[in-house]
Every structure is written in structure tokens, then in C-alpha cells.
Write a protein that binds this ligand. Structure first.
Ligand code: ATP
Ligand code: MG
Length: 258
């Protein structure tokens, strides 16, 4: 029996025993999200790039990712106006987890799209998040612009990303991450590629898979119980550059052993 991928997997139910069951069902989820206009084809390519990097990590959360997730929780709790930026892939893969994280750290949710018809896709993302418990989702009335970006990617809400002091960007494009950082915002990225411009431009770079990372951040945030001393200490002790370079060494050593 060959590998069940694409339309084949959709017709032939993927057996739970398949060694790549999780990966195949996740792909299915994204393909369905594209079919209903929540995600776009370009997002499928981005997902594939992420999967490739996940192999290098052993497809699990490393200690380095965990450290970054803990730091992210601390930064989110310390922020005055944190926003979680949600694109199509993120809404398709982790809607419930993102809504929950927003509640735990008291962050707003803002939908944003890179490709496709903005109005329709923002509506799809908003609907998906609301179906998963979100009370409010910003992004459908973009009345501000992120300086330095062209086109619809620049659009944002004046009472959301524009006014925020911290933005969590899961699966973000490098240009937008850099532009948000240039606005002086604390940017936390979730991106499996440690070499992406996003990972390199973020203040906290979480190199982990989205559906593993988001519940971890929420778990750490709950653990902090808003203890300001512990939060400040975590932020003080976290060094993103060191953490990223330790992760690259981990990948190198792992490959050498393999
Ligand atoms: P950059 O623009 O930052 O230099 P890029 O062009 O490769 O990098 P984009 O396609 O703009 O990246 O953004 C998608 C990023 O999200 C990819 O780097 C990919 O590794 C990552 N990614 C995709 N799916 C996931 C996932 N499920 N969990 C975590 N990261 C993911
Ligand atoms: Mg990019």
C-alpha cells in the first residue's frame, strides 16, 4: 500500500495506524480549509516548509522551544495590550488553542491575511475563531496601516495590532514581522524554521509546531498565576539569540548522530 496523500487520502480514510497519521490528517484539515476559503494554496506550501523543519527537530517540542514558550508566556502576561495575529493556516490548525490562549493572557485576537480576497477570508477566520469560543475578533474593519508594508498586508485595526505593545505571530511572513518589530512592538513568533526572517527578527522565537506551541504557552501562563516577580525573572533570564543558536547546534548534533 502506497503512502496516502492528497485526494487519495481524502477518499480512502486514513488509518490511525499509519505512521504519519497526524501529518496526513493535518494536511487534510488544511486542504479542507482551502476548499472552504479559510486558508489559501500558498498556505499549503508554507505548511510543507514547516513540516520539513519539524523532521530536523524530531517532530517534538525541544527544550529550547519550551524555554521560548515560557518566555513568551511571561512577555504576554507583562504586556499592556497584547494581540494574537491569526491568519488562515493558524485558524485552520489551532482555533481552539488560540482562543484559549487569548483568554488566559488577556490578549485580543486579530485576523489578518496575506493572500486572497481579504473581506471573505477575514470573515472565514473570524467565523472559525468564534465557533471555537472567541467573543470578539478584530480585523474586519482595518482602519490603520503598518508602516513599510505594501498592499493588504499592511492593514490592521487601530485598536488592535496598531495600538498593541506585543504581537504574537504564528506562521508569519518575514516582511510583516520585521515591520512590526520596526514599530517598536515586542514580536513573538511561532515558526518551525529557525532560519526564517521571522525567527531572526522576533524578540522571542518559538521554533515549534503551532499546535504543540500554543497549548504550552497557555500552560506556562497559567502556571505563572500572574506572579510579577517570576514573570520579570523569566524575561530577564531569557536570551533569544543564545537560545536560537543552541537550537541550531542541537539540530547539527542530532544530524551528526543520525
Ligand atoms: P520568512 O518570510 O520569515 O523568511 P518564509 O517565507 O519561509 O520565511 P512564510 O511562508 O512567509 O515563511 O511563513 C510561513 C512559516 O511558517 C514558514 O517558515 C514555516 O516554517 C512556518 N510554518 C508552517 N506551518 C507551521 C506550523 N504548523 N507550525 C509552525 N510553523 C509553521
Ligand atoms: Mg516569507
Amino acid at each position: 500500500m502506497g503512502l496516502l496523500i492528497g485526494w487519495e487520502a481524502r477518499r480512502l480514510k486514513i488509518p490511525k495506524s499509519h505512521p504519519r497519521y497526524k501529518s496526513l490528517t493535518t494536511r487534510e484539515k488544511l486542504v479542507k480549509a482551502v476548499e472552504r476559503g479559510l486558508a489559501v494554496k500558498e498556505g499549503l506550501i508554507a505548511h510543507g516548509r514547516g513540516e520539513a523543519f519539524d523532521y530536523l527537530l524530531g517532530e517534538k517540542t525541544t527544550g529550547f522551544a519550551e524555554k521560548a514558550e515560557k518566555a513568551a508566556a511571561a512577555y504576554l502576561l507583562r504586556a499592556d495590550a497584547p494581540v494574537i495575529s491569526v491568519n488562515g493556516n493558524a485558524a485552520a490548525l489551532a482555533p481552539k488553542q488560540l482562543v484559549k490562549l487569548g483568554k488566559v493572557v488577556n490578549a485580543k485576537l486579530e485576523a489578518n491575511v496575506f493572500y486572497g480576497k481579504r473581506v471573505e477570508r477575514i470573515e472565514q477566520i473570524t467565523r472559525e475563531l468564534k465557533r471555537n469560543g472567541a467573543r470578539k475578533v478584530l480585523g474586519s474593519n482595518p482602519d490603520a496601516r503598518i508602516p513599510g508594508l505594501k498592499g493588504q498586508r499592511a492593514l490592521c485595526a487601530s485598536n488592535g495590532i496598531y495600538a498593541s505593545d506585543l504581537v504574537l505571530v504564528p506562521l508569519e511572513d518575514g516582511d510583516r514581522t520585521q515591520a512590526l518589530a520596526a514599530m517598536g512592538k515586542t514580536v513573538i513568533a511561532i515558526d518551525l524554521n529557525p532560519l526564517s526572517r521571522t525567527s531572526l527578527a522576533a524578540k522571542v522565537s518559538i521554533v515549534d509546531e503551532l499546535t504543540r506551541a500554543v497549548p504550552n504557552i497557555a500552560g506556562f501562563a497559567t502556571g505563572f498565576k500572574r506572579n510579577p516577580k517570576q514573570i520579570a525573572e523569566t524575561i530577564r533570564e531569557f536570551d533569544n539569540d543564545n537560545n536560537l543558536s543552541a537550537l541550531l547546534k542541537f539540530i547539527r548534533d542530532r544530524l551528526a548522530k543520525l
